[in-house]
Design a protein around this ligand. Structure first.
Ligand SMILES: [Fe+2]
Length: 214
């Protein structure tokens, strides 16, 4: 039986976003974890998987719900993690790499801010395995615009549920506030994990994909 538990986060460390806003957001996250458990506890019985029409069917509802709940769970884990517990001064290898690729930190912030403004769901800084470079991916829903084999470094929720209670329609003000709360220690940890993975894989394989697929 699946019984995944929601992670807990130190919302008291967040500056400029109210506890009410964060608590209501957290409830949505808990709901995704709960639905993921429910979906993954459905037994593999013919009665549960042989209704599979692509317009409307039990299987179609199940599969759409599964990716939504799974990505909703993972993305909120990463988002709450990278916006709590301070460490808000940019530093370290991840800052150096961002600056190298985007010319300046301000350019990077301006770019991710505008990706966030243009999307309805998420703006995510990843390192993609196809070129080992940073990319900022935009998506409108948890499971729309997602990419495979791309390693998340910074996850920003731009759904209206993330800010509307505190900021109304002023999404830019919310994004600025989020950026002030970025936990750079977490970003450095993720970046170092990717580098370690890349090194360990390249020792054994003659390819560029740190996950070993191509
Ligand atoms: Fe959210």
């Amino acid at each position: 039986m699946y019984n995944l538990k929601p992670e807990t986060f130190n919302f008291k460390s967040v500056k400029g976003i109210s506890m009410r806003q964060l608590d209501e957001h957290y409830k949505l996250y808990v709901g995704y974890v709960s639905k993921l458990n429910e979906i993954w506890n459905i037994p593999y019985l013919p009665s549960n998987y042989n209704d599979s029409n692509p317009t409307y069917s039990k299987m179609r509802s199940l599969k759409l719900g599964e990716t939504y709940a799974l990505n909703g769970t993972k993305l909120h884990n990463l988002y709450f993690q990278n916006m709590t517990n301070g460490n808000n001064t940019p530093y370290g290898p991840v800052l150096n790499a961002i600056t190298k690729q985007f010319s300046t930190l301000d350019n990077f912030i301006s770019y991710i801010t505008n990706v966030g403004l243009s999307m309805r769901g998420w703006a995510i800084l990843t390192i993609d395995s196809i070129d080992n470079k940073f990319h900022i991916i935009g998506s409108d829903l948890h499971d729309t615009g997602s990419v495979w084999l791309s390693y998340p470094i910074l996850v920003m929720d731009v759904y209206e549920h993330a800010y509307f209670m505190d900021f109304g329609t002023d999404r830019k003000k919310y994004i600025n506030t989020f950026i002030q709360n970025i936990n750079w220690a977490i970003l450095n940890q993720r970046f170092q994990k990717y580098i370690s993975l890349m090194k360990s894989m390249s020792m054994n394989r003659q390819n560029t994909c740190p996950f070993g697929f191509y």
